[in-house]
Design a binder for this molecule. Structure first.
Ligand SMILES: [Zn+2]
Ligand SMILES: [Zn+2]
Ligand SMILES: [Zn+2]
Ligand SMILES: [Zn+2]
Ligand SMILES: [Zn+2]
Ligand SMILES: [Zn+2]
Length: 403
C-alpha cells in the first residue's frame, strides 16, 4: 500500500503546471471549434466553409453522417461520439433521414439528406491508409497524425510513402515547417504545383550540414524535384545543386520567379501555361509539403480557375478554407471573449457598493485562509478525499456565521 502512495506523490504536478495544462487544452479546443459556442445547430448556415464535425456511432454506426458541435452536445450526449476535427463544406445531418426515428432537438426541420456532404472513413472512426482508429488502442504511445488539405484524411508519418528524398520538413525542435500536406494519393491532382517556384514548398532542414542559406531552397523542395523532371529511380539521396535534374528545375523556377510576385492576382496567367490542355505527367505520387501562405501564390486567372473547378479544388483559392486562417479567426474570437469576460468581472466589482465589495473581498480572503490552513494540516502522504474538501467548506460556513 505504501508503495502505491509513494508512486503517486512522485507524479504530482504543481497547481501552476496543472492550470497551464488546462489552458492549453482549452486553447486547443477553442481552435477546433472556431469560436462556435456550441449553442445553436449550424444547419441554418448551410454548407459552412469549415467547422468542427462529429460522427455519432450510436445513431449512425455506418459512418454516413456528421453533426455539428451543438448537436454533439445537446442531441448526442452520452452517445459514442468521434471527434473529426474540422471538415470543409459540410452541413449538419443531425436528425435527417440517416437517423431513422431520431429527431434533432435544436433544428428539427432539415432536408432528407445533405447531398453535397462527403463522408470518408474518418466518419467510421478510421484514419490513414492503414485504417486504424485514433487513439489506437493497440498502440502504447499515440503518434500525431497529419491531415491532407485535399482529401482531409489523417495520416501516420510512416504511411505517407516518404523516402529519403522526401521527408517531413521540421525544425530542430521537431516543429513542422510546412503549412499544408497533400498526401501521396491526392498529389497527382495537384501535380501542376510543380510548375510553381520553389518558394511554395516547405523547406526541409538538413540535420548536421551547415548549408549557406542561399542553397537552402534548392535542396529543399522534395516534392518539386520528385516531379516529372526527376527520374523514377532517382539515384541521389538528396538533390544537390550539381544534379542535372535539379539544375533543370532551377532554371525553370528562375524564369517563373521573374514574372511572379507572390499574392498578386491579375488577368494574365502567372504560370503562362494553360493547365487545362497542358500534359501534366506525374512520374510518381509523392506527398507534398507546402510552405506558409503558399495558397497566396496560386494563380487565379480565368484558365487556371477553370482548371481548379474541373479538378474540384477551387477551395484552394479561398483564404478561409485553410486551417491556418480558421485557427487565426478562432484565436481572435477567443481573445475577444476573454477580454469581455475580464471586463465583465472588473465591471461587476466596480459597480458594487463599498460594503458589498468588502464582503466579497473578505470572503475570498477567508477562503484562501481556510485552504491554506487545510494544506498546512494536511498529511502529504495521503490522497485528498471529497470529505476533506467538504470539511474545508463546512469550516468556511462556520467562520461566516461567527462574524
Ligand atoms: Zn446540428
Ligand atoms: Zn447519437
Ligand atoms: Zn441535433
Ligand atoms: Zn497509418
Ligand atoms: Zn489526400
Ligand atoms: Zn493562371
Amino acid at each position: 500500500m505504501a508503495d502505491v502512495f509513494e508512486e503517486e506523490t512522485e507524479q504530482t504536478v504543481s497547481l501552476n503546471e496543472y492550470l497551464d495544462e488546462v489552458e492549453d487544452q482549452e486553447l486547443e479546443a477553442d481552435l477546433v471549434l472556431g469560436g462556435d459556442e456550441g449553442k445553436e445547430c449550424t444547419y441554418a448556415k448551410g454548407y459552412m466553409k469549415r467547422q468542427a464535425i462529429f460522427s455519432c456511432l450510436t445513431c449512425t454506426p455506418d459512418g454516413n453522417a456528421g453533426v455539428c458541435t451543438a448537436c454533439s452536445l445537446s442531441c448526442h450526449d452520452g452517445h459514442e461520439i468521434i471527434e473529426l476535427w474540422t471538415k470543409r463544406k459540410f452541413r449538419c445531418d443531425c436528425g435527417n433521414s440517416k437517423f431513422g426515428e431520431f429527431f434533432c432537438k435544436l433544428s428539427a426541420s432539415k432536408d432528407v439528406e445533405n447531398e453535397e456532404n462527403s463522408y470518408n472513413h474518418n466518419f467510421k472512426g478510421k484514419y490513414c491508409t492503414c485504417g486504424r482508429p485514433y487513439p489506437d488502442p493497440d498502440v502504447e504511445e499515440q503518434v500525431e497524425m497529419i491531415q491532407c488539405c485535399i482529401c482531409e484524411d489523417w495520416f501516420h508519418e510512416e504511411h505517407l510513402g516518404l523516402d529519403s528524398t522526401n521527408k517531413i520538413p521540421r525544425d530542430e525542435e521537431g516543429e513542422p515547417l510546412y503549412e499544408d500536406l497533400i498526401c501521396h494519393m491526392c498529389s497527382p491532382v495537384c501535380s501542376f504545383l510543380t510548375l510553381y517556384p520553389q518558394t511554395i514548398w516547405a523547406a526541409q532542414q538538413q540535420p548536421n550540414t551547415a548549408t549557406p542559406s542561399k542553397d537552402k531552397s534548392v535542396q529543399t523542395a522534395p516534392s518539386a524535384s520528385g516531379s516529372s523532371t526527376m527520374p523514377e529511380n532517382g539515384t541521389s539521396e538528396l538533390p544537390t545543386t550539381d544534379h542535372p535534374a535539379d539544375a533543370d528545375n532551377n532554371s525553370k523556377s528562375e524564369n517563373n520567379d521573374k514574372g511572379m510576385i507572390l499574392g498578386e492576382k491579375s488577368d494574365a496567367c502567372l504560370l503562362g501555361v494553360d493547365l487545362l490542355s497542358a500534359e501534366l505527367t506525374s512520374a510518381k505520387s509523392q506527398s507534398m509539403f507546402l510552405a506558409k501562405n503558399w495558397r497566396d501564390a496560386l494563380c487565379g486567372c480565368e484558365k487556371c480557375s477553370e482548371f481548379y473547378v474541373k479538378k474540384g479544388i477551387s477551395y484552394l483559392l479561398d483564404k478561409e478554407d485553410s486551417i491556418a486562417e480558421y485557427e487565426k479567426m478562432a484565436k481572435q474570437k477567443r481573445d475577444e471573449k476573454m477580454q469581455q469576460q475580464e471586463g465583465a468581472e472588473l465591471n461587476f466589482l466596480s459597480n458594487l457598493g463599498h460594503v458589498e465589495k468588502m464582503e466579497i473581498l473578505s470572503g475570498i480572503a477567508d477562503m484562501k485562509d481556510e485552504i491554506r490552513s487545510f494544506l498546512q494540516s494536511f498529511d502529504g502522504s495521503k490522497p485528498i478525499t471529497s470529505e476533506d474538501i467538504h470539511q474545508v467548506f463546512d469550516n468556511l460556513k462556520k467562520r461566516r456565521r461567527m462574524e
